[in-house]
Design a binder for this molecule. Sequence first.
Ligand SMILES: NC(=O)c1ccc[n+]([C@@H]2O[C@H](COP(=O)([O-])OP(=O)(O)OC[C@H]3O[C@@H](n4cnc5c(N)ncnc54)[C@H](OP(=O)(O)O)[C@@H]3O)[C@@H](O)[C@H]2O)c1
Length: 430
Amino acid sequence: MAKLRVGIAGLGTVGAGVVKLFAGGHARLCDKLDLVAVSARDRTRSRGVDLSAYRWVDDPVALAADPSIDIFVELMGGAEGTAKAAVETALSRGAHVVTANKALLALHGARLAQLSEKHGGKLLFEAAVGGGVPMVKALKEAVAGCRAHAVTGILNGTCNYILTEMEASGRSFADVLAEAQRLGYAEADPTTDVGGFDAAHKLTILSAIAFGTLPDYDHVRIEGIERVSRTDIQMAGKLGYRIKLIAKGALTEQGVEMHVRPALLALDHPLANVNGSLNALVVDAEPAGQLTFIGRGAGEGPTAASVASDLIELAEGRAGYPFARPLAQLASPPRATPAERGRYYVRLMVIDRPGVVAAISDRLAHEQISIESFLQMPAGEEPAVPIVLTTQACARAPVEAALKAIQALDVTTEAPYLMPVEQPAVRFGR
Ligand SMILES: NC(=O)c1ccc[n+]([C@@H]2O[C@H](COP(=O)([O-])OP(=O)(O)OC[C@H]3O[C@@H](n4cnc5c(N)ncnc54)[C@H](OP(=O)(O)O)[C@@H]3O)[C@@H](O)[C@H]2O)c1
C-alpha cells in the first residue's frame, strides 16, 4: 500500500521533534508514512535536524492546499491567522490534519469538526492536551464504554512547576515565575499559562469528548494562580493541603460545569502529588471507576510522540470523529452556573489591632458560616498580618457575602483571597 505523504508546518519545539522521529527512522512511523515537505517562517534557522530531504514551502497555507500532501501537520500555534487558515484549507480539500494547537481547537473545534465530517479528512490532536500523556485517546477510546461524570486535571505544566517551586523553596510567585522564564519553562508573556487560559483551552477539549458536548470555551470559568502567595502555600501545608491549579469539568444536574482555578487538595487526593512540570488527569466514569493518567505534559519528546501516535492512527486507518462522536450528536451544554457548596480557604491581610478578629468572626457568624480552622501569623514588621481560615462545608455565596462585609470594616489592606478546598474525587465500588 502507498505510504501517506506528510507535510509539517511549524518547526519549533514540537515540529522539529516530529521531524527527528522521521529522520531517525522510527519503524512504525516510517513504514506507513513519508515526510515530504516542511514549512516555517525562517528557512535559514537551524532546527537541530537535517531538513535537506524534505521540500521547503514558504507558505503554510500553500502546503495545506497542496494535493500531494495526504496529512497536514499544523505545529505553528495560535487560534487565528495562519494556523487556522491552513487547517481549514487542508480539511476543506479532504486532507487529514494533525495538530497540537489547543487554542485553535478550543475556540474553533466545532467548525473544524464540521469541515472534517463534510470533506472526509480526519482531525486528530492528541498532543494538544497533556503533551505526552494520552488524555484524548483515553477519553475517546479507553472510557468509550463508560459514562464520564468528571474530568479533573493538572493541565498546565508551567503553573504546576511554579506552585511546586514556591512550596519547595519558600519563594514568592514573582520570583519563581522570573526564574521559570529565565530557564525557558515560562513564556516571556506568561498570561496564557499563569492566567489559567491554556488549561481552559485543554479542559474545553477534554470536556467535549468526555461529556459528548460541543467545545464551549466561553463557558469555562477561569482564575489563574497570580494571587497565590507564599503565605497561602505555607498555611495550606500547615493545614494538610497542597495548592494546585485544577481544571475540572463535571456533569451536574444543571449541565456541564467547567472551571479552572487554584484549589487546596488534601494530600491523599490523586492529584496532590503530581509535582513539577508533570500533567495528570483523573477521570471518574461508570462503570470503569476512577482512572488516573500522569506524565510529562510538554516538551519536544513527549509532544512529538503524541503527534506521531496520531500519524500512525491515521496510517492504520483507525481514526474516528474529532470529538469521538458525530457533530450532530454533540449537545450544547446549558450555561447554568450551579450553586457551589464545599469547604473554603480564606486569607485576609488585616491591620493588627484589638477587636479585629472578633469583628471578622462576627461577620462570618452573621452568614452562618462555621469555621473549621483559624490561623493567625505573628505580627512582624509589616502593618498587615495574614489571617487564614477554612470553613466547614457551606455554600459559596454566603462566604463571599461575609468577605464583602469584612472588607467594609476597613481593617483589611487587600482584597480577601478565597480558594475552594477540592472535593475528594468520586470513588466507585465502595
Ligand atoms: N512546546 C510544547 O511543549 C507544546 C506542548 C503541547 C502543545 N504545543 C502546541 O504545539 C504548537 C507548537 O508549539 P511549539 O512549542 O513547537 O512552538 P514554537 O517552538 O514557537 O514553534 C512554532 C513554529 O511555527 C512556525 N510558525 C509560527 N508562525 C508561523 C507562520 N505564520 N508561518 C510559518 N511558520 C510559522 C515557527 O517558525 P520559525 O521557527 O521560522 O519562527 C516555528 O517553527 C502550539 O500550538 C503549541 O500550543 C506545544
